[in-house]
Design a protein around this ligand. Structure first.
Ligand SMILES: [Zn+2]
Length: 124
C-alpha cells in the first residue's frame, strides 16, 4: 500500500464518528433553538448557535473526507536497448527485477534489452 493509501485508510475510520458528531450537534442545535423559543431564555439561543457551529465544522470535514479519493499507481520498468537505444515502458514487472538486468532481446535490432529504470506512474 502506498503512503497516500495509508493516510486514506486512517482517515476513512473517522467517517462514522464525524457523521455521529454532525448528527448529534444538529439535533442539539434544534433542541436548544426550540427550548429558547418556548422559554424565551436567550442563553439557550447561544447554546443552539454553538451546537450549530460544531455541526457545520464536522459536516465540512466529513464532506472533505468523502471527496478524498485514494490515488492509484502502477509500477512500470523502462527498457532500453544497448545497441540501438530503443526505449519503452513495460508493465510486466516481476519480483527480482532490478536496474541493468537483462530482460531479453530488442524487438527492433535483436540487441540486449536492459532495465534502465523502475518507477510508478499515477493512473488517471
Ligand atoms: Zn535495439
Amino acid at each position: 500500500m502506498s503512503f497516500e493509501g495509508g493516510i486514506y485508510e486512517i482517515k476513512k475510520r473517522w467517517v462514522p464518528i464525524y457523521f455521529l458528531i454532525t448528527l448529534t450537534s444538529i439535533v442539539m442545535a434544534i433542541f436548544f433553538l426550540l427550548l429558547s423559543t418556548k422559554t424565551n431564555n436567550e442563553d439557550y439561543l447561544g447554546f443552539s448557535l454553538l451546537a450549530f457551529l460544531v455541526s457545520a465544522y464536522f459536516a465540512l470535514n466529513l464532506a472533505r473526507l468523502m471527496r478524498f479519493h485514494e490515488p492509484k499507481f502502477k509500477i512500470v520498468r523502462l527498457l532500453v536497448c544497448e545497441s540501438c537505444k530503443l526505449s519503452y515502458e513495460d508493465v510486466n514487472i516481476a519480483p527480482g527485477d532490478h536496474i541493468f538486468k537483462e530482460v531479453g532481446t530488442c524487438p527492433k535490432c535483436g540487441g540486449k534489452l536492459k532495465i534502465a529504470a523502475i518507477y510508478r506512474v499515477a493512473i488517471k
